[in-house]
Write a protein of this length. Structure first.
Lengths: 292, 347
């Protein structure tokens, strides 16, 4: 046990954390636009991974076309979900929103399992699987790619929320639906865009996961593991998703490396409870002052 | 409302069942419950017992979610505390089950108080996520504390004995479960008409306004957590003795979700809704199973997709109820009653 172990743990923790961050970004987009926590995010990932598997491995498309088709299909699913499930519930209490996404997760999971079964599939890796040495630790190229994609997504989305019409409208709606409506913002349009974007982000993350951990049912659990990440970073903060992902990834990696009893499974949740008690809005989230 | 009924004293005005039709329905229900075990096959008795246990748990969850408005994803964890509590008391300390079950429920109430502490600062979505974390932590403790719970091994609980009879069949256990379930329903129905119940509803509807009119919000929230977990623990403990085996797989996040589905589908903040929802969520997979079996000869592939169909229908039912009838089965039942009350002269 020396500094090289520590370094290896740090690097693997950070790269795992970036996978979490990639998933967390999808949560943040939906929360920023509609104040909904999407409990079906894990299933969106699963759909992304299996769609990519279907297009590339089953239909034999070249991977560039396959990825494009996956993203388009994911966007369609996002739009359909928003139109049929979320839109009738605009303005309903939190419990309805939570339950409807939970119901959605059950339905989507059944569809995926019904079509593709529950056995893990071999994903045709189109990302070079080599390893590079970085500061004395070994990192897979796929992990580096995950980090790069997370960075690109973050930049694009930050610009989107700052400078585009739809992005600003999303922030306005999250802040106050009624005020946004009275300013002439179409909630329907904006929510549709938000769910399509979230589905696309999830599909990107799903494809990356399919590459790094394989196409299997376990992808769903990453959806649950991301809650500590988004709470720590702040539910409405994109940089928070990245920082939160990094911190939780590192924590898991160190606990797994230096303790033995599987504690890394719950350390993120303990952090989650502590954060909720001390700073419920997270590191970078916006503090909400409640008025009657 | 029926007309022509006059109450001449406070007692009859305050009664839980005031109208003649209500009394008739209650009488029919009780008679049905007494006759049922003599007519039913073991298969239906088994389902009825599951429904009774689920109803107790759903009423418990409804106190917290439906009446007080505190969303909890920790139902499975509380049931685990109740089940393991009672099971371990019986197995390790030889406590008879009629003492170990209430004791386990009390232990669960204390656990509920601890989980309820964050509700001082959190509400809505954030509380839901905090209870989700509690659920994961309890699951971890149950599966990893080998010395106490036996870890991932199943805990075998001997069948309880009452008046010298072993309660090891569905038919015998039915009576325990039905009596407890009725007592819980009666307790809850009266509770919501009391000061405490009114305070909970005030907190649910607008917590800041509630505190402005003098409701001790945090105190009543904690009380709701404790009462709710007491009943949920009770249902978990009953489940342990009924199944005579306790494994952690029965208390995962999936269980939390299916109980939330029960009270959403049944109707938030209603006792009858807890029963309707519990019945539907217990019966639905069983019916799909029967349907799949009957299709086995004509369509052999049906058996392989059965679990997915069950899962998909479960999700679909939740979504459909939320979109089409957010007040749940209790509202539908009310519509039926309203229709027949003035039938055939509805105008």
């Amino acid at each position: 046990m020396g500094s090289d172990v520590f370094l290896q743990l740090t690097v693997s923790g950070l790269s795992n954390g970036m996978v979490y961050a990639l998933v967390a970004v999808g949560f943040v987009v939906i929360f920023k636009a509609s104040d909904v926590i999407n409990f079906a995010q894990g299933e969106f990932l699963l759909f992304g991974a299996y769609l990519a598997f279907a297009f590339i491995a089953q239909f034999g498309l070249p991977w560039s076309l396959g990825v494009l088709a996956t993203l388009l299909t994911a966007a369609m699913i996002g739009l359909i979900v928003e139109r049929l499930v979320l839109r009738p519930l605009i303005g309903e209490p939190v419990i309805s929103m939570i339950m409807v996404t939970i119901g959605l997760s059950s339905l989507l999971r059944a569809v995926v399992n019904g079509i593709w079964g529950v056995r893990p599939k071999a994903f045709p890796n189109f990302i070079p699987s080599g390893e590079v040495e970085f500061l004395g630790a070994i990192v897979g190229i796929d992990r580096l790619l995950v980090i790069a994609i997370a960075a690109i997504l973050l930049t694009v989305l930050t610009l989107f929320f700052r400078h585009t019409r739809d992005g600003i409208a999303m922030r306005a709606i999250a802040d106050d639906q009624q005020a946004a409506l009275s300013m002439g913002i179409s909630i329907k349009r904006v929510l549709a865009v938000a769910w399509a974007m979230a589905a696309i982000t999830a599909a990107v993350a799903g494809i990356m996961l399919a590459n790094t951990v394989g196409v299997s049912h376990d992808i769903i659990f990453i959806g649950l593991r991301v809650f500590p990440v988004v709470i720590l970073g702040g539910l409405d903060s994109l940089p928070g998703a990245i920082v939160g992902g990094g911190v939780i990834g590192l924590l898991e990696s160190y606990t797994a490396g230096y303790t033995t009893s599987g504690l890394e499974l719950i350390v993120p949740y303990i952090v989650l409870i502590l954060v909720l008690m001390i700073r419920p809005y997270g590191l970078f989230g916006k503090e909400i002052i409640e008025r009657v | 409302m029926e007309s022509g009924i006059f109450f001449s004293d406070y007692r009859s005005d305050m009664a839980l069942r005031r109208m003649p039709l209500q009394k008739v329905r209650t009488g029919l229900l009780l008679a049905g419950l007494v006759v049922f075990p003599f007519l039913a096959t073991p298969y239906w008795l088994n389902l009825a017992n599951q429904i009774a246990i689920a109803t107790i748990g759903a009423i418990g969850l409804n106190i917290l979610v439906g009446y007080t408005g505190q969303i909890s994803l920790g139902q499975g964890a509380f049931m685990a505390v109740g089940a393991y509590g009672s099971g371990l008391l019986t197995v390790r300390l030889d406590v008879p089950f009629y003492l170990s079950i209430p004791a386990a429920a009390a232990i669960t109430a204390v656990a509920g108080l601890v989980v309820g502490l964050p509700s001082l600062r959190l509400k809505g979505l954030y509380l839901a996520v905090a209870t989700l974390a509690a659920q994961q932590i309890v699951e971890f403790v149950v599966t990893h504390w080998d010395g106490l719970t036996g870890g991932t091994e199943a805990l075998v609980v001997p069948a309880p004995e009452l008046f010298g009879a072993r309660m090891n069949t569905d038919g015998r256990f039915y009576w325990i479960l039905v009596i407890v379930a009725l007592a819980v329903a009666l307790f809850a129905a009266n509770l919501f008409r009391s000061r405490v119940g009114r305070a909970w509803v005030a907190i649910r509807d607008q917590d800041i306004a509630a505190s402005a009119i003098g409701v001790n919000v945090f105190g009543y929230k904690l009380l709701a957590f404790a009462t709710s977990s007491f009943l949920v623990g009770l249902s978990g403990a009953l489940l342990a003795h009924y199944r005579s085996i306790v494994t952690w797989e029965r208390f995962t996040i999936e269980v939390s979700i299916s109980y939330l589905a029960m009270i959403i589908i049944g109707g938030l903040g209603t006792i009858s809704g807890s029963f309707f929802g519990a019945s539907l969520i217990v019966l639905l997979p069983a019916m799909i199973n029967t349907l799949g079996r009957s299709l086995q000869d004509t369509a052999p592939w049906a058996a392989t997709v059965l679990p997915y169909v069950q899962q998909g229908v479960f999700g679909l039912v939740i979504i459909l109820f939320l979109v089409l009838e957010p007040e749940g089965l209790a509202k539908l039942w009310r519509n039926v009653k309203d229709y027949f009350r003035v039938w055939p002269f509805s105008y």
